[in-house]
Design a protein around this ligand. Structure first.
Ligand code: HEM
Length: 460
């Protein structure tokens, strides 16, 4: 009996402490008056819809929440959000506990300062606007292959799942030089990357035993790494077999992928393990965001025939504006979690070490002071963007961790659009869920999966 009483006293004390801790951290911020005991908003699955986040952002310029013991601060204003991204000494990117166990705690994306700089400087040369232009042909070839396949079915198709295979095939071709991968490898890679992203829930058991998410994702990671190792060795052999001048540099077509360029450029600065894990990280970071942007591109083009007509008339400058507006109107990533590395302040609000601070990407993209009628798709706004528009354009983040693949992501969309314009007509079967934006494994998708009938232009 006395054990039960002691147990109850302990539980009540924990709940009181938990509540006081929340109140203390919350101070005057907008948020729940009382925390749901112990678990906080952990079971609140409504978070998966963008609208729920929008409701939260609308409540105040700085709101707060708590999941289990993690206190979360959610700023909304562009200037504050840019601060979170830019103040790398105060805030670092963070993710689910198991993420560093899968990707390696020493992975460059978790690093700060010199180590991070070393990787970024190197990767920048491989992914800058000049270096990536040579991928245009292979991307267009792969996009055309899939669109053609879909057009042959002659019936409405749900695009979301199918597009993931196309995205992975294009990514592997560009990053690893593997063109014409067999169907089995593509779907194995696609499934394994899906296991990885799916397992990155905010809270997970950090135990590597059969049945846990960590176990499943380590198995998936190992299968992916085994494949990447083969691709890297094949690239090394390709380069050994090139007998002509060795003075070539990146951008030259014969080095057909990022990994080929890497091998040519690198001076033993990176270990094999670092190369494999970096490649894994690049594909992982690109996969879902790219798939999401491709799906939205299909849906938006199908819904805006006037833009399709304009694209046929105006040149690459307008195409670039369309790509930018697609990513603003339906950004694949709507927020990035950062963590305070020490006690600090944000807009004069005290932030304790370990607090999660959300880099809110979506609200700055919807700021009506910067983008008139933000909920309307208007590519013209980016023909000559203002300084404010550039500052609010946080689609790819900002600061030292800004997306390293941003040029490639935009080139991919431009190439996808070019192929559609040349050969295909898109008919969107609009449902009541077409404009509901769900957040699935971190990226945005239309709730109905985007149902399209794709037909081939008869003129060609
Ligand atoms: C439309 C497609 C994409 C979107 C919307 C997107 C968005 C983002 C965002 C918001 C971040 C966080 C930036 C920050 O914290 O400041 C990020 C980081 C990153 N992205 Fe992308 N991304 C896309 C495609 C890609 C591609 C194609 C690649 C690789 C080829 C890539 C590789 C990365 C990497 C490695 C990081 C982490 C960078 C670091 O921590 O230093 N992303 N991306």
């Amino acid at each position: 009996m006395s054990y039960i009483i002691l147990g109850c006293i302990f539980l009540v004390s924990v709940i009181i402490y938990d509540q006081l801790n929340y109140k203390w951290k919350k101070r005057d911020l907008v948020g729940r008056k009382y925390k749901i005991p112990i678990v906080g908003d952990f079971f609140n699955k409504s978070e998966k819809t963008l609208k729920n986040y929008v409701d939260m952002w609308n409540k105040g310029v700085m709101t707060c929440n708590m999941i289990l013991h993690k206190f979360i601060i959610i700023p909304r204003e562009t200037k504050t959000v840019r601060d979170v991204f830019a103040r790398y000494r105060d805030f670092k990117p963070t993710g689910p506990v198991i993420m560093d166990k899968v990707l390696g705690a020493d992975n460059f994306v978790f690093s700060q300062g010199e180590i991070h700089l070393k990787f970024c400087r190197f990767l920048k040369q491989l992914l800058n606007n000049d270096a990536i232009q040579k991928y245009t042909n292979i991307q267009q070839k792969i996009y055309d292959k899939y669109l053609n396949l879909w057009s042959m079915s002659n019936k409405p198709l749900i695009m979301t799942d199918m597009i993931k295979n196309m995205a992975i095939e294009a990514t592997i071709a560009v990053l690893c030089g593997k063109e014409d991968l067999d169907k089995k490898s593509i779907s194995e890679l696609s499934e394994d990357f899906f296991i990885l992203v799916k397992s990155f829930d905010l809270v997970n058991l950090p135990l590597n035993i059969p049945g846990t998410n960590l176990y499943k994702s380590i198995q998936a990671r190992n299968r992916i790494l085994n494949k990447l190792r083969v691709y890297i060795n094949d690239a090394k052999n390709d380069i050994d077999n090139i007998t002509s001048s060795t003075s070539s540099h990146i951008g030259v077509d014969k080095y057909k992928s990022l990994i080929h360029d890497w091998i040519i450029l690198e001076n033993n600065d990176f270990t094999d393990k670092e190369i494999e894990y970096t490649l894994l990280t690049l594909i992982l970071a690109s996969q879902d965001a790219s798939a999401s942007s491709l799906v939205w591109t299909l849906q938006i083009l199908a819904d805006n025939q006037n833009v399709v007509d304009d694209l046929k008339i105006y040149g690459d400058n307008f195409l670039h504006s369309v790509v930018k507006e697609i990513l603003r109107y339906r950004p694949p990533i709507t927020m990035m979690p950062y963590e305070a590395t020490h006690d600090t302040k944000l807009d004069n609000i005290p932030i304790d070490k370990g607090t999660i601070v959300i880099g809110s990407i979506y609200p700055p993209l919807q700021d009506s002071n910067v983008y008139s009628e933000p909920d309307v798709f208007k590519p013209d706004r980016f023909i000559s963007p203002t300084v404010d528009q550039n500052n609010s354009y946080l689609v790819f983040g900002h600061g030292t961790h800004i997306c390293i693949g941003r040029y490639l992501a935009q080139l991919s969309l431009a190439n996808f659009i070019k192929v559609i314009l040349k050969n295909y007509h898109l008919h969107h079967h609009i449902t009541e869920n077409s404009q509901i934006v769900d957040i699935v494994t971190g990226a945005t998708y239309p709730r109905d999966g985007c149902i399209l009938t794709i037909t081939k232009n008869t003129k060609n």
